[in-house]
Structure formats: C-alpha cells, structure tokens
Design a protein. Structure first.
Length: 444
C-alpha cells in the first residue's frame, strides 16, 4: 500500500530526519499513530520515527538531541523547533512490574520492533520518501474494519503494560472503532490490575479519554470493559440510581451524567471532571420519601468531599482539586438564583470559579429538565456588567480585626463576610463605618 504523505510542515520536517538517517546508511520509517492517521486522511499532530540507528548514532547525526529513554533506545530530536521521538528497533521481554521490560535488545529488523507494540493499527511503518506502508500485523485490515486489536496475545500484551487497557478505550472511542473480542475479554479479565499503575499515568489517560470527541461513548466502554468499576467505582455506582422523572426525564444518574459528557461543547479537564463528579454522592444519599419521590439531600456537600478524595487519589494539582470540588459543592445553588438578593448575585458572578460553575449548570439543565431561565438570567447580568464583574476592595481586613483586639479564628471569616455583604448593599461605605459597625455589633 502507498499513501500520499501529508504536506504539513511537521511531516516535511520528519521526512527530512528520515532522509538524513537514510543518507547515513540506516533504515528508518514513520511509525505508529502518524501512519494510522495519514491512512485515515488525517493530519498527524506528532510523528514518531523508528530506525536502525542507535542512540549514540542519532546523537552524532542530530545536534539538538536529548535522551528521554536511552535505555530503551529512545531519543528526542529537535528540528526547527519541533520535537520528534526517534527510537531504535528493539525487542523487549520479561515485563516484571506491568510497565517496564527487564530485557531490551536493539535490532536491525523493523519486524522485531513492530511485534512488541500495542495495537495493530499502531504497528504500521511508512517510508516517507516513497509513501509505501509496511504492514506486518494486519493493521490495515483492522483499520478498514474499524477494530482495535492487540498485536499478539492480548493478555500478554496488556500484562506488559496495564495502561494499554485504557489506551485501547481511548483509541477505540476517538476513532469510532470497536474492541476486537479477544482484546475486550482480556481487558475485562485484567481490569483490576490497572490499580497497580501510578496515579499520574491513570489520571493522564482518563483525562484524555473524557476530553475526547466522544466522552459519553468512552464512559460506556469503560463500564463494558470493567475499567470503570476498577478505577472509578463511585461513578460505576451511579448506574441504576433512579431520579424524579419530573426533573430528570432522561433517566438515572449515570444516564444524566453521560448526557452531560456528550453535550460538552469545548471539553477541558476541569469541566469534564466536574461533570463526571457533580452527582457522585447521589448513590450514597439516595432515599425515597413518603410520597414515593427520590431524594438526595446533601449530595452536593458530600460530593464536595468525595470529589476531593477521588482527585487526590489520582494526584491532580491542588488547584484542579479545589476548582472541581467547589463546582461540585456549588452546583445546586443555581436553583435559587432568581430569588437571590442583588448583592448575593453580584458576589456569585464575581467568584473566581463562576465560569466553570456556570458551564456545569448549563450542561446540568440541558441534560435534564431543559429549563434555561437561570442560565439566561445570569448571562443578562453579565452583559449588564459589560462582561466583567468585580467586587469592590474590602473595607477592612483580618489585620484590622486584630488591631481591634479580636483573636484570629473561625469568627474572622464570618465578620469579614458580614461586613462585605453590608458593603455590597451600600450600607457600609467607608473603613471607619465598617470599624464602628464591628465595635458595636461583634463581641470579642
């Protein structure tokens, strides 16, 4: 099979790297996702190159080279400001920790290198000079049939690196493919092993899955493969948890969350994880009242702590944990916006997390009762503020309270918030007035 090499700048630069390797007497090819994407008519975002050249030989050929995995024959070559992973043909054996091989041996045979890779659709080689594709694993056939299949025995391949099970889901859902039967069965069997992976690797892969083109289908496939139960049992528990049909005609908590994932316009990690976890506590707070209606009292508060625990488990940054957990905690407050005082609405709009919470609210409404009056009301208020909502500088600070003889503690926050509320109502206009109010109304 021959293909037309994409005319993008990244392809041209990568082709020059291959040409230079050829000129030095080495064989070299594009490999993996870039070849797959070009066969599918897509422009690759990055290009990996595989060659008979050793890391030392690559370092001699390319002046701007960095070792990123020299023990595994992997070098990073920078050309015209773009980085390319250039690796040496190799075979690998004896994976002891579900990630790294104990035995690595360089080879001169590209077939040997391809045989160690994960999926057939990622095991294709291409010579950019001729456009010829070399397929030793029936990857083209699987591309044509829309199948994700491991190269060789599925259980062995997944046992070499458990992360490959999550990658299988990501590739399948992003490409719109199905998992081949033996590949699917192997994932179901080995899904619990993913808990042995580092939290950071799981986080990165799950985030890519939930910010892809079809995160709702990815959620279904994670359930089907038992990976959801293994890694996010709290989300798996949403299945079958019924909701009041007058508010949630779409179905149970899982279906509702799935619809929200599907409706994301511009997926990013914060909104994706906020959607995924906003109702995470509903299974634990579920009960049916005397009228037969499902209730979930306090699920947003309990969800706040659950979101913190789940995101901490996957080693998210403190900032991401804070923002997502706050969005989970506050997602029910939008229900009372139309009855809020003007000062309280102003404080809501000025909250640094408001854009995230507003988008979560929009998705929540769209994927349930479809009542958008609160969302429209808040958009109108933002427009009235010329798109920028700021609170005035506070009249007093914690230092002022200490100067007044107050001891630092939980009461500080309450006093400062009360003074701030009165300031927004225009009842306190100066620092002097605020201090006088605290002296009169707040005991030490």
């Amino acid at each position: 099979m021959k293909i037309n090499i994409n005319n993008s700048s990244i392809c041209k630069i990568a082709a020059e790297i291959v040409k230079k390797l050829h000129s030095a007497g080495h064989s070299a090819y594009f490999v993996g996702g870039a070849v797959r994407d070009m066969i599918l008519g897509k422009t690759p975002k990055d290009i990996d190159i595989v060659s008979s050249a050793t890391p030392a030989e690559n370092a001699e050929l390319f002046p701007d080279t960095m070792e990123v995995g020299a023990a595994f024959g992997v070098m990073l070559v920078r050309e015209q400001g773009i980085s390319f992973e250039v690796s040496t043909y190799r075979e690998e054996r004896n994976y002891m920790d579900g990630r790294r091989p104990e035995y690595v041996k360089y080879s001169k045979d590209p077939k040997v290198d391809v045989s160690r890779r994960d999926f057939t659709v990622n095991g294709l080689l291409c010579d950019p000079e001729s456009g010829e594709v070399f397929d030793y694993v029936d990857g083209i056939k699987d591309l044509q049939q829309g199948i994700i299949r491991t190269i060789g025995n599925a259980e062995i391949r997944f046992s070499e690196d458990y992360l490959r099970m999550l990658r299988a889901v990501r590739f399948a859902t992003r490409l719109g493919f199905e998992l081949e039967t033996k590949t699917l069965e192997a994932i179901k069997k080995l899904a619990p092993e993913t808990k042995k992976l580092s939290a950071e690797r799981i986080q990165q892969e799950l985030t890519m899955i939930f910010t892809g083109e079809t995160p709702h289908l990815a959620l279904d496939m994670l359930h089907e493969t038992a990976l959801l139960a293994a890694l996010l049992p709290e989300v798996e528990a949403m299945r079958g948890v019924t909701q009041p049909p007058q508010y949630h005609p779409e179905g149970d908590v899982y279906v509702h969350t799935r619809l929200m994932l599907k409706s994301m316009a511009l997926p990013n990690p914060l909104i994706a994880w906020s959607v995924l976890l906003h109702d995470v506590a509903k299974p634990l707070t579920y009960f049916v009242d005397e009228t037969g209606r499902e209730r979930f009292f306090g699920h947003e508060q309990k969800g706040f702590f659950m979101a913190k625990e789940i995101m901490s488990r996957f080693k998210f940054s403190n900032q991401a944990i804070d923002r997502v957990s706050r969005a989970v905690k506050n997602h029910m407050r939008f229900a009372s916006v139309l009855e809020m005082r003007k000062d309280k609405v102003r404080r809501l709009l000025a909250d640094d997390n408001f854009p995230l919470e507003l988008e979560l609210h929009r998705l929540d409404c769209m994927s349930s009762h479809a009542l958008m009056d609160v969302f429209t009301f808040l958009l109108d208020r933002i427009v009235q503020q010329s798109g920028e909502v700021k609170l005035p500088p506070p009249l007093i600070s914690g230092k002022d309270l200490i100067d007044l003889g107050f001891k630092p503690g939980p009461k500080f926050k309450k006093i400062l918030k009360k003074v701030g509320d009165l300031q927004l109502k225009n009842q306190l206009k100066t620092k002097e007035a605020a201090i006088a109010y605290v002296k009169q109304k707040c005991s030490k």
